[in-house]
Design a protein around this ligand. Sequence first.
Ligand code: SIN
Ligand code: FE2
Length: 216
Amino acid sequence: MTADLFADQPRSPSRQALAEGAWVLQAFAQDRQQALLDEIEALLAQAPLRHLLTPSGHTMSVAMSNCGALGWVSDARGYRYDALDQLTGKPWPPMPALFERLALEAATAAGFEGFRPDACLINHYVPGAKLSLHQDRDERDRRQPIVSVSLGLPAVFQFGGLTRSGPLQRTRLESGDVVVWGGPSRLAYHGVAALAEGEHGLTGRCRYNLTFRRAG
Ligand code: SIN
Ligand code: FE2
C-alpha cells in the first residue's frame, strides 16, 4: 500500500486543454475538498451507494448514488434519469448549494456560462473499480457541459474523441481536480482506468467523483 504523503500539500491551480471545449482544471476544488466530502457523507446517509446493473446484466464495479432533481440510473430496462431513488422510494436528496456553486464556477472557468445542473451523480471507486469508455448521452439538454469533480485517491481519466475507436488521452486526476467538457467535446468518449491501490489522507482507500449534468 502506498500512503499518499502529499495528499494535503497545496497545489497551484492550472488549466490543461484536452480538446476543443474540454479542460482539466487542476486543483480547482482544492480549497473545498473537506466541505464537499462532508456533504457527500450526509447525502449518502439519505441515498446510499449501490452497485447498479447494466442493461446487459453486469454489476458495475463503481458504486453510485445521486443528488438533485434527477438521478442517473441503470437496470435491465436501460440507462435513464429518474426523479425517484428506487432503493428508498423517495426523491433524490436536493443538491447542496456548495455543489451548485462549484459546478457553476468550474463551467464558467472553462468558458461555459450559466451552468445550472439538475443532476449530480456520485461515483465511489475502491481499488480495482473502473468505468469503461462511454459517452454521457442520456441528458436531454446537451448544450450544457459536463462538470466532473475528483476527490480522494488519484485516478487515470481516459478521454477520447467522438468515436469509440479513436485515440485516448490519459490524464491523472488528483483530489480537487475538475474536468469540464462541452460544446464540440460534449459527446466525447471517456472512462476511468481501474483504480490503483492506495490510501488518501481525506478519503482513505477510495475515490469519489461528482458528475454534474443538466439532464432534464
Ligand atoms: C463519469 O464518467 O461519470 C465519471 C468520471 C470519473 O469518475 O472521473
Ligand atoms: Fe461519464
